[in-house]
Design a binder for this molecule. Structure first.
Ligand SMILES: *[C@@H]1O[C@H](CO)[C@@H](O)[C@H](O)[C@H]1NC(C)=O
Ligand SMILES: *[C@@H]1O[C@H](CO)[C@@H](O)[C@H](O)[C@H]1NC(C)=O
Ligand SMILES: *[C@@H]1O[C@H](CO)[C@@H](O)[C@H](O)[C@H]1NC(C)=O
Ligand SMILES: *[C@@H]1O[C@H](CO)[C@@H](O)[C@H](O)[C@H]1NC(C)=O
Ligand SMILES: *[C@@H]1O[C@H](CO)[C@@H](O)[C@H](O)[C@H]1NC(C)=O
Ligand SMILES: *[C@@H]1O[C@H](CO)[C@@H](O)[C@H](O)[C@H]1NC(C)=O
Ligand SMILES: *[C@@H]1O[C@H](CO)[C@@H](O)[C@H](O)[C@H]1NC(C)=O
Length: 645
């Protein structure tokens, strides 16, 4: 029923509805039109102002190309300006062969729909304004005409959206010293003729989509100091003579490609190499001796199939010269077999040492403590055994320490507490025993701690919870931990995930957990927790997963918060849980003894109250009645007296 029109009796209801509908249509259309018009005009004007500023920076225009740019016509009709048909924004600017003299206005960067710009054969001076870099639609191929710049020495085209291949005309740039075309979308093969540019010292083609084999001529460019082919789809083998034909090479990077075959023995003859990154390829076989690479600082081999999974695989490590320059040694995800090479302790500049996912066995020697600059040390998924060396506490700069799935035994050395920069520490799936050292509470930078699936026993030291930095995960699951979960756990205000499952933890679930505001995942299953589920848990707004199954919990399951999501709460295998939302299919809660008692108390109080009121009323009535009688008797007395009068 149309209420607004009710007062206008003339209209029947139907016409009333209709007229309102039409009005609504008109208003909506007008609004749409108006806003559209406004936005178009706004951006249009931006283009117009930009063009006028471009014009203002070009004082000399002998052919009268831009002098005709004025408001007597829409700017889309100005000479050399092309607009998109629909949105009326400038998409192309053709001012080539116009004998213009001036500078390029930075307002060029305001033509945000510009896809093409041609300015050749003019007399522009000054610099190309950096605002042009805002024009993300200006893409295309590398212009073949660049090849005519026969004296060009440096060409930087990195980080654009260039497509297509490298035009063959660039083969004419015989003076070129540096060619940087990293981070584009170039495709096709790397051209053979690049090998003709004999003066090239730097060739950076990384981060494109080049495919196929690298032409051998590239590896013949003997002046090269930097060759980066990383992050493409290149395949084939590295030529055996590589190190002999590229003697000046300091930087060689081919990571994230499809290269196969061996690392050529000649690599050691490229004695200037500082950065050698062959990671994430399909290289295999033995790593050759590297005895000449005195300057090597980054040696990165991870994610290949290197090593033959037999003794001798690690000889190359000993071949590394005393290597005071070696900072990165990354050998993870290969087939290296052998004991932890003691010589590594002599690489005193080492900051990054990753050995994970290989077949390393034996112990980590205590001399590891000599690596005072070490920041990242990972040995996960090997067969390393023995104890964690006490000397580890001397690695003052360590940030990340990972040894997942090895066979380490013994205790976590208390000296670990000296590592104040340690932010990620994981030792899951070993055979670590003893107590969790309370000194871990001194590692003020810890954001992640994973000690799961070991043989740790004793109670959880409350110091562990006094680490506000702890934010990603605290995982102590799958140990033999006893005692209760300390109330201090509530101090972990930034923690996402807490896992104490599969232990022998007893006592009540601390209601202080309600203060762990960031918790998303809470695993407490398979312990001996008893008592009721604290209602405080429902205040955790971000909690997605709560597993309390297989404990000795009893009583009322709260409702609200995570408890309202039957798929996010696991509570099976407890004693006498009841209530909760119906989806949990728990029995309804009988009145607990406590509740009964209170109810009883209430009833008693009520009875007493009623009785006392009744008593009071009876008393009052009795009083009134006797008063009345008294009065009456006195009055009769008086009458008799008066009567006597
Ligand atoms: C504006 O440009 C038109 C050509 O587009 C030209 O005929 C006219 O003279 C110009 N007006 C002024 C004031 O320059
Ligand atoms: C146009 O570009 C200039 C120079 O970058 C800038 O100062 C100006 O604010 C821009 N104008 C608009 C309307 O964006
Ligand atoms: C390279 O330069 C030569 C001679 O300067 C010229 O004839 C040839 O066309 C150029 N090649 C390309 C592809 O531009
Ligand atoms: C590399 O250079 C050597 C000697 O300069 C030459 O014999 C060989 O043909 C070149 N190979 C390629 C593929 O250009
Ligand atoms: C390394 O260079 C030396 C000297 O030029 C040469 O004798 C040796 O054969 C080269 N090694 C390899 C593996 O090519
Ligand atoms: C390595 O060090 C030892 C002794 O510290 C020295 O005799 C040897 O020459 C050094 N080797 C290299 C390649 O620097
Ligand atoms: C390292 O920790 C141990 C045990 O916690 C302590 O005795 C030692 O003094 C500490 N060393 C340094 C260098 O801080």
């Amino acid at each position: 029923m149309c209420r607004i029109c009710k007062s206008f009796y003339i209209f029947s209801d139907f016409f009333c509805e209709l007229s309102l509908f039409i009005n609504w249509l008109i208003i909506s259309a007008a609004t749409l039109f108006c806003c559209h018009q406004f936005s178009v005009t706004g951006n249009n004007n931006r283009d117009r102002l930009a063009l006028l500023d471009i014009k203002a920076k070009i004082p000399d225009d002998p052919l009268g190309v831009i002098s005709s740019w004025n408001d007597s016509h829409h700017f889309c009709e100005w000479t050399g300006v092309i607009c998109g048909r629909r949105h009326q924004r400038v998409t192309a600017l053709h001012l080539n062969d116009s004998k213009l003299t001036g500078i390029l206005s930075p307002h060029l960067g305001n033509l945000s729909f510009l896809q093409q710009i041609s300015l050749q054969n003019n007399r522009f001076g000054g610099t190309i304004p950096q605002e042009i870099s805002r024009l993300h639609r200006l893409v295309g191929k590398i212009p073949p005409t660049l090849g005519s710049l026969s004296r060009l020495r440096y060409l930087y085209l990195t980080r654009n959206k260039l497509t297509g291949d490298i035009p063959s005309s660039l083969g004419n740039l015989s003076s070129l010293l540096e060619l940087h075309i990293a981070e584009n979308n170039l495709v096709g093969r790397i051209p053979e003729w690049l090998g003709k540019l004999r003066n090239l010292t730097i060739l950076v083609l990384e981060g494109n989509k080049f495919s196929g084999r690298v032409p051998p001529s590239i590896f013949n460019l003997s002046s090269l100091t930097h060759l980066s082919l990383a992050r493409n789809d290149l395949e084939g083998e590295l030529p055996s003579y590589l190190g002999n034909t590229l003697p000046r090479l300091r930087w060689f990077s081919i990571h994230n490609n499809l290269f196969t075959g061996h690392i050529p023995h000649s690599i050691s003859n490229s004695s200037n190499l500082e950065f050698l990154d062959l990671s994430v390829n399909n290289l295999y076989g033995q790593v050759p001796s590297l005895h000449n690479l005195l300057r090597l600082s980054h040696f990165v081999l991870y994610n290949n199939s290197l090593g033959l999974n037999k003794a001798g695989d690690l000889n190359f490590v000993s071949s590394l010269p005393n290597a005071t320059n070696l900072k990165w040694l990354q050998l993870s995800d290969n087939n290296f077999k052998g004991t932890f090479p003691r010589i590594i302790c002599a690489f005193s500049s080492l900051t990054f040492l990753t050995l994970g996912n290989n077949n390393f066995a034996g112990e980590i020697p205590n001399c590891i403590m000599n690596l005072a600059k070490l920041q990242v040390f990972t040995v996960s998924n090997n067969r390393l055994a023995g104890v964690i060396p006490q000397g580890i506490g001397k690695l003052q700069n360590i940030i990340s320490l990972h040894s997942k799935r090895n066979q380490f035994s013994g205790v976590i050395p208390p000296s670990i507490g000296n590592l104040t920069k340690l932010s990620s520490f994981s030792l899951p799936n070993n055979s670590i025993e003893g107590q969790i050292p309370a000194t871990l509470g001194n590692c003020r930078s810890l954001i992640r701690l994973d000690l799961s699936n070991n043989k740790l026993n004793g109670t959880i030291p409350s110091q562990l919870f006094n680490l506000p930095s702890m934010s990603i995960i605290l995982n102590l699951s799958g140990n033999h931990l006893t005692g209760s979960l300390p109330e201090e756990v509530g101090q972990l205000k930034n923690l996402d995930s807490l896992d104490v499952s599969h232990n022998m933890i007893s006592g009540h679930i601390p209601s202080s957990l309600g203060s762990c505001e960031s918790l998303e995942f809470l695993y407490m299953q398979e312990n001996n927790f008893r008592g009721t589920i604290p209602g405080a848990l429902k205040t955790l707004k971000g909690l997605l997963w709560l597993d309390l199954s297989h404990n000795n919990l009893e009583g009322d399951v709260p409702t609200g918060g995570v408890f309202n999501n039957a798929t996010g709460v696991l509570i099976t295998g407890n004693n006498r849980l009841c209530g909760g939302i119906p989806e949990l299919k728990l029995p309804r809660c009988k009145l607990s003894r406590n509740t009964k008692k209170t109810r009883l108390e209430h009833r008693e109080k009520l009875t007493i109250a009623i009785l006392s009121v009744l008593f009071g009323v009876t008393l009052l009535v009795a009083l009134l009645v006797s008063l009345y009688r008294l009065r009456k008797r006195e009055r009769t007395k008086e009458t008799t007296i008066y009567g006597v009068k």
